[in-house]
Write a protein that binds this ligand. Sequence first.
Ligand SMILES: Nc1ncnc2c1ncn2[C@@H]1O[C@H](COP(=O)(O)OP(=O)(O)OP(=O)(O)O)[C@@H](O)[C@H]1O
Ligand SMILES: [Mg+2]
Length: 334
Amino acid sequence: MGAAEEITAWLREAGLAGPAEAPAVTPLAGGVSSDVFRVDLARGPVCVKRALAQLKVAADWRAPVERSANEAAWLRAVRPLRGPIVPEVLAEDTRRHLFAMTWFEPASHPVWKAELTAGRVDSAFAAAVGRALARVHAGTADAPDLARAFATDAMFVSLRIEPYLTHTAAAHPALGSRLGAIAETTLATRRALVHGDVSPKNILGGPDGPVFLDAECAWYGDPAFDIAFCANHLLLKAVWQPQHAAAYAAAFDALVRAYLKGVAWEPAEALEARAAPLLAALLLARIDGKSPVEYLTTEAAKARVRDAASALLARPALRFADAAGEIHDRLGAP
Ligand SMILES: Nc1ncnc2c1ncn2[C@@H]1O[C@H](COP(=O)(O)OP(=O)(O)OP(=O)(O)O)[C@@H](O)[C@H]1O
Ligand SMILES: [Mg+2]
């Protein structure tokens, strides 16, 4: 049975497709860790996502297929919170590691990364992302039931901490102890439900605000990880496309300010004191970790990020503005 037949058979079993219904199953390009399909059912289009055992990017990067259930669980946990928009889980099969969810029409819900890449940088949208993310964290903070349901520490270590922080420490022995301490702090902090992959490629820009996708790495841990991970992308985009640097800087500022305003479970300064060093570490990780950004290809661009990150990591205490300052000080002429 091909993928389309398998998906159709499952949708019939799950009751989303009628017994004789033969919907069009269209694979989407772009996903590297899953097969993602648009399926045009009689009830309307749905999205089906199935986890792959082997990521399409790196031959030696495997991820447990249970992350599919983890993603569906995150969607279910977040949907009742007021604010963040996420797909509804319509059906799930934990044995086959797949689930069906609401389809968001790409024409009205462009991927944020595509917008940012094209230089359409909307600070109000970035602020909405920050607000929504803070709502997820505030709405899930200090919840023992969620901590038990998302005790995914082993997966978070293998999919986030090792590829980003441990791998980078190995490439920069002089920064090893600092990076190791940042990783330890992150892992030791269990305060809220972390999405784990808040990247512009996993956020859609809809008419009602940001839509969050792809929570495979969800973990009950340090919310600082999500804001650092997301803000990092805006700094890297400025190095890539310095002609839009001012707009990316404004979006960075809007994102982190809106987020910090929503930090209700601990002092915002305490959150920022963990997130800003993590941001510096992730900057370096996107050059010398296991998952480097695909768009920074010139040695000059990589050197700028390495210099900024190294300067930041040498400082004892950091704020978000320090990271933005170090990056923007090093931008070459457009
Ligand atoms: N519910 C949805 N409605 C519309 N499009 C979707 C939906 N879910 C995913 N997509 C599209 O498919 C793409 C890949 O989805 P997703 O990020 O969940 O998969 P992935 O394989 O984990 O991706 P990656 O590992 O590359 O981040 C998204 O960027 C989006 O364009
Ligand atoms: Mg994705």
